[in-house]
Each structure stands twice: as C-alpha cells, then as structure tokens.
Design a protein around this ligand. Structure first.
Ligand code: ZN
Length: 249
C-alpha cells in the first residue's frame, strides 16, 4: 500500500475511530461507564508497555543511549504541561474528578495530545509498517476510554451533545497534520524519527503511569480490583506478544 495512504488510514483509526467511546457516551451513559471500567485498566497496561516494549527500544535502536534522556525530559515536560493546563484527562466513573480547567482548555490539551499521537503513528510506520500498526492499535485503545472522559467533562460543563461531538471530532483531526508533518519532512531523517519515538515513549509512559494507572487502584462498584489487575496484565501481555512476533526482530 502507498505509505502516505497507509499513514492517513492508521491516523484515522487512531483518532477519529477512537471517538466511538464518546459516541457510546452520547447514546447511553451507563454503557459508557461500564466500558470505561474495563477499558481504563486495559489501556493502562497497553500504554505502559507500548512505551517500554516498543517505542523506547526502537528509539534506542535508532539514536542510541540519548533516547533514555529524551524519555525523561518528555515525561517531565508532560507533567509540567498537565500542571499548567490543569488536569486534562478525566474518565467517567472517576471519583475525584476535579474540573480545574475550563472546557476549551480541555479541548486544546486534547488537540495537542492528538497531534502527538499522529507524530507517533507516522514515525513508527516509517520505521516499519508493523510497528506503525502496533502504535495505532495502542492509540485506538487509549483514545476510546479517553474520549468517554472528555465527552463527560464537556457535557457536565454545559456543552450540548452536538457541540461536544463536533469539538472532539475537530480535535481528533489534529492527528493528521502530526502524521503528515513527519511523513513529508522527516521521512528519511532516521535520527529525528528516533527522537520523536523517544518523546512519544515519554509521553505515553507519563499518560499510562499518572493518568490511567491510578484509576486501576481505585475501588469501584461492580468491578473487583483483581478483575482490573487482570485486565492490566492482559494489556501488557498483548503488547508483549506483539513485540515477540514483530517481524523486525
Ligand atoms: Zn491519544
């Protein structure tokens, strides 16, 4: 397949298709709540392991040991960014949802996040199409519960269903310029792609550890902790399995 078309297709799966979580929320809040309970621990496992088992090793392969330092910087920068723009990620069913940010800021932070998802997808694809597919899968899997949270936050801020959907749809399209930028400007710059993969590893690691993982430990009605821990482990095993069967290694 033409790499440009493949990258656009994968970006679509990683971003716009991830809106399915938000659509479920619009249709039936109860379903969305249940979906989230299972999807968040699973996504936590997927995010942590796509970062440490896929993105980081590939970055180290491309640029060597400086990759570790870049991961550290990206992790710290994610922390400062989130402090500054307030808590940008909320998941429905979260007990301590504190809406520090105004709704437009939530959309803004999300747009930047989606842009970076596009950068990660295209960078991975240019290294190896299989790798691009794995990163896309992990993006889709974390976007689904993430969008449920975003829809919940915006609607509780008084936004209508239509406005909430349109804002998130527009925000999701930020994945395309992220991917296109990498495709057109960095296609043959393997060292720069290595840097971008290390940055993505740091951001995904932060997201998994500080945003998704804490929710796994919280007590919730209807889902036992061992069930959530099992889903976390299944998410990790899935990503581990995908790294073992990778044709590149
Ligand atoms: Zn994302």
């Amino acid at each position: 397949m033409n790499p440009l078309i493949a990258i656009l297709l994968l970006s679509f799966v990683g971003s716009v298709a991830g809106l399915v979580g938000g659509v479920v929320f619009l249709l039936k809040k109860e379903w969305a709540r249940t979906l989230c309970k299972y999807a968040v621990p699973f996504a936590a496992g997927v995010l942590l392991s796509v970062s440490l088992l896929h993105l980081l090793p590939e970055a180290v392969h491309l640029i060597g040991e400086p990759a570790y330092f870049i991961v550290l910087i990206a992790l710290l920068f994610s922390f400062f960014f989130e402090q500054y723009f307030a808590h940008l990620h909320h998941h429905e069913g979260h007990k301590h949802v504190t809406i520090k940010a105004s709704a437009p800021l939530v959309v803004f932070g999300d747009t930047i996040h989606n842009f970076i998802d596009g950068v990660a997808i295209a960078s991975a694809y240019l290294v190896d199409p299989y790798f691009g597919l794995v990163v896309t899968l992990s993006t889709f899997l974390h976007e689904t519960p993430h969008e449920i949270g975003d829809f919940g936050v915006l609607m509780s801020a008084g936004w209508s269903r239509g406005k909430t959907f349109m804002a998130n749809l527009l925000s999701a399209t930020a994945t395309f310029p992220g991917a296109l930028l990498v495709y057109f400007y960095l296609r043959n710059a393997h060292d720069k792609i290595g840097i971008l993969l290390a940055i993505s590893a740091g951001i995904f690691l932060y997201l998994g550890a500080s945003d998704f993982l804490p929710e796994v430990g919280e007590e919730e009605k209807g889902v036992s902790t061992w069930k959530k821990l099992s889903l976390l482990v299944i998410g990790i095993l899935l990503m581990y399995f995908l790294s073992v069967i990778s044709p590149a290694h």
